[in-house]
Design a protein around this ligand. Structure first.
Ligand code: C2E
Ligand code: CA
Ligand code: CA
Length: 598
């Protein structure tokens, strides 16, 4: 408390003596590679407890000086910015009560200060911070309109932060929205953030509002944002906030903006398919009432010879499942009929069968497949709707449905290597073709992998595939080269690295060397191994190696992703036939023709 009281005194003095100073951070137009303007950020005396803006604001609020601080900050920022003679707009941070107050006075003190400093009001953009302090939206809306009438721009700060709201965007119609850094940091590694930014950019189009991405620190983040079509950027990569910034922004960011290469987007998991529900597996089947006896149940099975199981229901609610084979076997025993015939049909039922709501997604059944209770495999399971009996489903249909989902998932990401599968590979080729950039499509495939797998078994086969994946990834530049796993021992790399040929050769050499470690001494001694060929004959094979076929693609040579993929596959075939490690397809469209005829 004492400490705070001390700080309050310090803050008062600081404001009286105008000891606040400012740093400015550039905001960059991504399409034009120019500076749009600078955000002013206040600082207290260096090294003091009030240096950081958050501390200044906290103490000010605590001792009722919040407005004084904010007013002093924007006036000070206007003066310093004007003195620095920086180009473009000045972005100022302001809370809702102050914007409302300025708006009410038609700009008042704020505009007078700007005009005095020789700064046109049209160069000001007020960032609405701390959205939680918006109490009177109507008054703020009026203020926004009044200020816009004076030429002052308005921005919504930290959009996407817990406190910001889409409603404010719709109501206030700001000229700019600033996206919170949460969605920007690591966007090249997180497909969900890519989707969020895509969705927000769609909103920007709908509302006609450009977006500033805040907190851009890495080149890979910027490349993704640029390719998504984000309008403006701010962050350490463009420039740190400083007291006298350059009129330009950082070279590293400029290089990304001007690069003709496209970014490699993070791989996305297949969307959980909410439409694919367990209900699809439903087979209508008669039920038996829990009050019925075993004689009745026997009669039901006799009347319906295809029925593998019968659900026992109490009113509408399934209470158990009777399997045909179990039941008929028991009933066929001597005297069974006499002993059990009049007893209730609940006697031989499984009282804990698998029960699933028809509206549950198919994906939710994966856990069943790996669970301990596997009775559903032969007796099937019960489907319910709102808890009531709806029908039966077979174990086989469940296994098939889950397997189909797994295969679908593998087309997005390979379950062994986690590398992107066919769908993202095709998408990336399409993006490369659409952008008209040069790239090299390389197809990697192992020689003598199948006989290796036959000789040592699947587990060691998997190790061989993982080794290939690991070395391909290690020799690619993941910021510009896309590594995909088509399936089995087939990989595709879409290189934007200019030195793709050396990279391919390094992959081949390192793999051929390291793959030896996965053979036993006896095979190494003979430099090969005996295994069965495709017809089942024992044949001697050389040690497993890797081959690559590469198709260089430059503007306009290919019509679509399929054509690129089959050209690369054909080049790989040629590489295998010629026994060379890396084969580069030369000439026009020869590889495609080769595939068509052979
Ligand atoms: P803000 O408005 O979101 O400002 C951006 C903050 O992010 C600044 O922190 C800035 O230095 C920081 N930043 C910029 N680029 C990067 C980046 O690439 N990575 C990371 N991690 N951070 C980056 P700062 O200067 O500490 O300001 C913090 C907050 O204090 C501001 O958040 C703003 O809400 C408030 N503030 C700062 N100056 C003023 C002011 O003059 N008046 C008012 N009312 N509030 C201010
Ligand atoms: Ca801000
Ligand atoms: Ca911000």
């Amino acid at each position: 408390m004492l400490h705070n009281a001390g700080l309050a005194v310090t803050l008062r003095k600081l404001l009286e003596q105008q000891k606040l100073h400012f740093v400015f951070q550039p905001i960059v137009d991504m399409a034009r590679s120019t500076v749009l303007g600078y955000e002013a950020l206040m600082r207290g005396p260096a090294g003091s407890a009030l240096e950081r803006p958050d501390d200044l604001l906290r103490v000010a609020k605590h001792c009722g000086l919040a407005s004084e601080l904010e007013i002093a900050a924007c006036k000070g920022a206007i003066r310093e910015f004007s003195a620095l003679q920086l180009p473009g707009k000045l972005f100022l941070n302001l809370s809702a009560p102050l914007i409302t107050a300025f708006g009410r006075e038609g700009g008042g003190e704020l505009l007078r200060c700007a005009v005095d400093a020789g700064l046109s009001p049209a160069r000001l953009i007020l960032e609405l911070t701390e959205h939680e302090r918006v109490e009177d939206t109507a008054a703020l809306q009026t203020a926004f309109a009044a200020l816009a009438g004076q030429g002052v721009g308005l921005a919504l700060d930290d959009f996407g932060d817990g406190r910001s709201s889409l409603r404010l965007w719709a109501q206030l119609k700001p000229q700019v929205v600033k996206l919170d850094k949460f969605f920007v940091r690591g966007i090249h590694r997180d497909s969900r953030n890519v989707e969020v930014v895509r969705a927000i950019l769609n909103l920007c189009t709908a509302f006609g509002t450009p977006l500033v991405a805040e907190g851009v620190e890495e080149a890979e983040e910027l490349a993704v944002l640029r390719d998504l079509g984000c309008h403006f950027g701010q962050g350490y990569l463009f420039g740190r906030p400083t007291a006298c910034p350059d009129a330009d922004f950082c070279q590293a960011a400029r290089a990304v903006l001007q690069s003709s290469k496209i970014s490699v987007l993070p791989n996305s998991a297949p969307r959980p398919d909410m439409a694919e529900t367990v209900g699809r597996l439903k087979v209508p089947a008669p039920t038996i009432a829990a009050s019925a006896c075993n004689e009745d149940l026997m009669q039901l099975f006799t009347d319906h010879p295809d029925l593998q199981a019968v659900a026992v229901v109490d009113k509408y609610y399934p209470v158990g499942l009777v399997n045909r084979r179990n039941f008929v076997d028991k009933f066929a025993q001597r005297y069974s009929r006499e002993i059990y015939g009049r007893r209730p049909c609940t006697l031989f039922m499984n009282a804990t069968p698998l029960r699933v709501e028809a509206s549950a997604p198919i994906d939710s059944l994966i856990a069943v497949l790996t669970g301990d209770d596997q009775r559903y495999l032969y007796e099937g399971f019960i489907l319910t709707e709102d808890g009531r009996y709806a029908g039966l489903a077979t174990g086989e249909s469940l296994v098939r449905a889950v397997t189909e989902r797994r295969i679908e998932a593998a087309r997005h990401a390979n379950p062994l290597t986690f590398l992107p599968g066919n769908i993202p590979i095709t998408e990336h080729i399409r993006r490369l073709l659409d952008a008209g950039v040069s790239f090299a499509a390389a197809y990697f495939d192992l020689n003598n992998f199948k006989p290796y797998n036959d000789l040592y078994g699947y587990w060691r086969g998997d190790e061989m595939i993982k080794l290939a994946a690991q070395l391909i990834v290690a020799h690619a530049d993941l910021s510009q080269d896309f590594v995909g796993h088509v399936g089995g021992d087939d990989f595709v790399v879409l290189f934007q690295s200019e030195d793709w040929q050396q990279r391919c050769e390094r992959i081949v050499h390192s793999f051929n060397r390291r793959a030896r470690e996965l053979f036993d001494d006896s095979e190494l001694a003979r430099n090969g191994f005996e295994s069965e060929d495709r017809r089942g004959f024992k044949v001697f094979f050389p040690l497993t190696t890797i081959a690559a076929g590469v198709v260089p693609v430059s503007d306009g040579r290919f019509l679509g992703p399929e054509e690129v993929a089959s050209a690369a596959a054909a080049a790989k075939k040629a590489a295998k036939q010629s026994g060379s490690g890396v084969k580069v397809a030369g000439g026009e469209r020869a590889p495609v023709l080769m595939m068509a005829t052979g």
